[in-house]
Write a new protein. Structure first.
Length: 70
């Protein structure tokens, strides 16, 4: 699972094998985790993050770079 960003204790990453899902990232910090759809920047799921912790992270380019290089 490639990590694409670490900032302020947050880890932003994606799994290399999630077939059939639209571009998204997972965000972890401590015991909290969230899943964010990248094209719409909407929250797909959240377990433990406060509203203030959920920030927009533009990771769409990195996702496409991994799954569709070149």
């Amino acid at each position: 699972m490639p990590t694409i960003l670490r900032v302020n204790g947050f880890r932003v990453y994606f799994y290399s094998h999630e077939p059939g899902e639209p571009p998204h990232v997972h965000v972890d910090r401590g015991g909290a985790t969230a899943k964010v759809w990248l094209e719409s920047m909407t929250l797909a799921g959240n377990a433990g993050f406060s509203a203030g912790e959920l920030r927009r992270v533009d990771c769409l380019e990195a996702w496409h770079g991994f799954f569709h290089p070149g």
